[in-house]
Design a protein around this ligand. Structure first.
Ligand code: ADP
Ligand code: ZN
Ligand code: ZN
Length: 751
């Protein structure tokens, strides 16, 4: 960025986006001494009325809006040396702000973490004593007689391999005076050393060597490297069955990028996964201390501050983290890897509601970096992009460890005797299978498919789910009006008295939680060491990691949990995986319900039989014929994708359209209802006819946190017109009392 004016004769003017206020921009003058550091993307302190505010420089020399010449207030201070936000990240933020219809300020907040913005966590330093000169025996004896403490410090330093020590190790502040005396004599030097707060703590990682790749891995890596070497940003989709050795390919691709002097960004699904992936990367690059930086939400502000700066300075060359790490300031970025690219945790469910994988694809393009998306069960979005020729497909169909994929059995719960003791939670066959594993001293994972809040109707006798006639997705039961409602299109129906299929009158509404299941299991297997994992258990920092460590060390026999335990974990002792309620994930009003269930079942099946013994998977279900279950049983990702994509196309669901959800919340029910009706009317008038706006309705979670929730679904061939129009129509409601309106573009949740 060049100076356009001679600094001495004409002031530079910048447009600053202020922190904490939705898109308030003001123009300021840049005093001459600051001209070289205040650039686009710089952080600055500015006067605002009677206080000081902080903000980000958005535009250099904005076109004059007239009248401000000579009247502008000056910038008070520049934070840091030069821009904190790179040109490319700024562009990414601007694009995302428009695409997701959120204020730019929210995107800037994603890019610069709070601790970095506030500059509250100054770098931590410690005093080090460094040996400069060594005395001969004679002199040392003399010193010892006069000042024994000084002599002993000198000896201590001399014995140290690096001839240096933190002053704290020498007795802390009491050692300061003798050290200063030694410094005066020219024998030692006292210096400040930066202390890096490392989230991996004192954990050490033993260096691992690259494995000799098998043929499939070799082929995939070749394509990745040649794409990287060309600087080609067309995304590559690595579809590799669980255990095919994708991580090894990531590691070698990253090593190649580092060798070419490029930085690497790796996105992983959620915090829970980070320690494992982190350990594999830290170990492979253990000979390059500090090369791997970790960013995740469980870090302290100080740790985040240090890791962020290490990346920003270009010291850390590999950044690993969950979706928010897509904004990590990796220098000279050359390669982005998105592991488990189908994972729904890449979508942020609070404002700004961006999709980490989608932004990663855009970032790669802006940076001219290569991008690799990996999964055993790719998202239909990505598979569709392969069909369209936008993505390159790489495949690894064999397990690298030579294991067979586990045998999967589907158990029909409809024919299970209705025994009160087991509450329909666990079948006899699964009980026997677990008993057998316990006798052999093997381990078991039991998975509970988390049920959403939506209550749909399923017949326990024939498994029928009451679906919408238009969308073929489950209808949701609404208590106050005793009606079934489709949350995708707004269709309403009466609640049937009996099952339309088999005329049974036991229509099921209730699910059960992990705690109830735990109680039943403890009764069934009193001797087994059973551990439950769910959100309640894992609120404590490192709780999940500790549990998984115990499980790996075989201090736990049966691990019971939700989706949290289904991904990416590698336990050689596990020979049986049971899925307790495969259907519950299918009974939610969501176009991606079948896809998610398929992915969950396939991923979980990949957890069994990673050791020397063949694994077994047992899936309990009331709908054994469902495509998601049948294709998962055969590990047939292609078959499922083909069938499901045809269905999506038929109903014009994503990836053949974009869907958005508009939600209005208020403690006043009538106000929320009235507002959503008004908004929908306006939107119908202003949106192009290609965009469908469904009738507004109460959300499946009709009331939460004391607020009534109403929603409306929008669907169309493009997201842009939806975002732009909604932004305009919603603007007047931003400041409204008692009302919160939110828009979720490319929604992944319809609750
Ligand atoms: P994925 O990420 O595809 O599920 P992993 O990377 O976890 O698979 O690999 C599964 C197992 O196979 C790991 O234990 C890994 O060390 C091993 N593995 C990977 N590549 C090779 C290889 N080329 N030779 C031998 N073992 C391998
Ligand atoms: Zn029935
Ligand atoms: Zn419908």
């Amino acid at each position: 960025m060049q100076d356009l004016f001679p600094v001495a004769t004409q002031e530079r003017i910048v447009r600053v986006l202020l922190d904490g206020m939705d898109d308030m921009v003001f123009d300021y003058a840049v005093p001459a001494p600051l001209a070289s550091v205040v650039l686009k993307g710089s952080r600055v302190e500015v006067p605002l009325r009677h206080r000081t505010a902080t903000g980000t420089v958005m535009v250099l020399n904005p076109p004059s809006q007239g009248g401000w010449k000579g009247k502008l207030k000056p910038i008070l201070r520049a934070v840091g040396q030069g821009p904190i936000i790179s040109e490319q990240l700024m562009e990414l933020a601007e694009w995302a702000a428009r695409y997701y219809a959120v204020p730019m300020e929210q995107m800037v907040r994603c890019i610069v973490p709070e601790s970095v913005r506030a500059e509250k966590h100054e770098e931590k330093t410690r005093k080090m004593i460094v040996l400069q000169n060594w005395l001969d025996d004679d002199e040392l004896n003399k010193l010892n007689a006069k000042a024994p403490r000084q002599a002993s410090i000198l000896r201590y330093l001399h014995a140290d391999e690096e001839k240096r020590a933190p002053i704290n190790d020498l007795g802390g502040s009491a050692a300061l005076a003798p050290c200063r005396a030694l410094e005066k004599r020219g024998l030692v030097r006292i210096e400040e050393e930066r202390v890096h707060r490392d989230p991996a703590g004192s954990e050490t990682f033993a260096l691992t060597q690259p494995l000799a790749l098998n043929e499939e891995q070799e082929k995939a890596l070749e394509v990745i490297i040649s794409t990287f070497d060309r600087g080609d940003s067309q995304p590559m989709l690595l579809q590799g069955v669980t255990g095919s050795g994708k991580t090894e390919v990531y590691l070698q691709a990253a090593a190649h990028a580092l060798k070419q002097g490029k930085g690497v960004l790796i996105l992983v699904p959620e915090i829970s996964l980070t320690p494992q992936t982190m350990a594999r990367f830290k170990s492979r690059f253990a000979d390059m201390p500090g090369a791997v930086a970790i960013l995740h939400s469980a870090m302290s502000d100080g740790e985040r501050f240090d890791e962020w700066h290490a990346i920003h300075r270009g010291q850390a060359r590999i950044a690993i983290g969950p979706r928010s790490a897509v904004f990590a300031p990796v220098q000279n970025l050359g390669l982005i890897i998105v592991d488990e690219e189908h994972d729904s945790s890449y979508k942020q469910e609070s404002a700004p509601r961006y999709h980490g994988r989608d932004l990663a694809v855009l970032r790669a393009k802006l940076e001219g970096a290569a991008i690799l998306l990996g999964s055993a069960t790719p998202s239909l979005e990505s598979l569709h992009n392969v069909e369209l020729g936008k993505y390159t497909m790489l495949r690894m169909d064999k397990r690298a460890d030579g294991q067979r994929l586990p045998l999967t059995r589907v158990l029909d719960m409809r024919s299970e005797p209705k025994d009160k003791r087991y509450l329909g939670i666990i079948s006899e066959k699964l009980r026997l299978a677990i008993d057998e594993r316990m006798h052999k001293g093997e381990q078991v994972i039991l998975l509970l498919n988390r049920r959403g809040f939506a209550r749909s109707l399923q017949c326990p006798d024939c498994g029928l789910v009451i679906n919408c006639v238009h969308c073929a997705l489950p209808l949701t039961y609404h208590l106050p009006e005793n009606r079934l409602v489709c949350h995708i299109c707004g269709y309403r129906a009466m609640v049937p008295k009996a099952c339309p299929e088999c005329h049974s009158d036991k229509i099921l509404l209730e699910g059960y939680g992990t705690q109830k299941v735990e109680a039943v299991l403890r009764r069934c297997f009193p001797k087994a060491r059973l551990q439950r994992v769910d959100a309640d258990v894992t609120t404590r920092k490192n709780a999940l990691r500790d549990i998984l460590d115990d499980f790996r060390a075989r201090r736990i026999d049966i691990l019971l949990g939700t989706q949290m335990i289904s991904k990416g974990l590698d336990f050689p002792g596990v020979t049986l995986v049971g899925v307790l309620n495969a259907d519950l994930g299918l009974c939610i009003p969501d176009p991606r319900a079948a896809e998610r269930t398929f992915q969950l079942l396939t991923q979980v099946a990949g957890r069994a039989g990673r050791g020397d013994i063949d694994g077994e998977v047992i899936i309990q279900t009331y709908t054994p014929q469902a495509a998601a279950i049948q294709f998962a049983r055969r590990h047939d990702t292609d078959g499922f994708a083909e069938k499901e994509l045809a269905l999506r196309q038929q109903f014009a669901f994503p990836p053949f359209s974009h869907m958005a959800v508009l939600t209005v919340r208020s403690p006043k029910e009538e106000l929320a209802d009235f507002t959503i009706q008004t908004l929908c009317k306006k939107l119908r008038k202003e949106l192009p006819p290609s965009i469908e706006v469904c009738d507004p309705m109460p959300a499946p979670i009709a009331k939460a946190h004391g607020q009534f929730r109403f929603m409306c679904t929008l669907k169309g061939p493009a997201a842009r017109p939806i975002a732009d129009t909604c932004a305009r129509v919603l603007a007047p409601y931003k400041a409204a009392a008692d009302i919160v309106c939110t828009l979720d573009i490319d929604a992944y949740s319809f609750m």
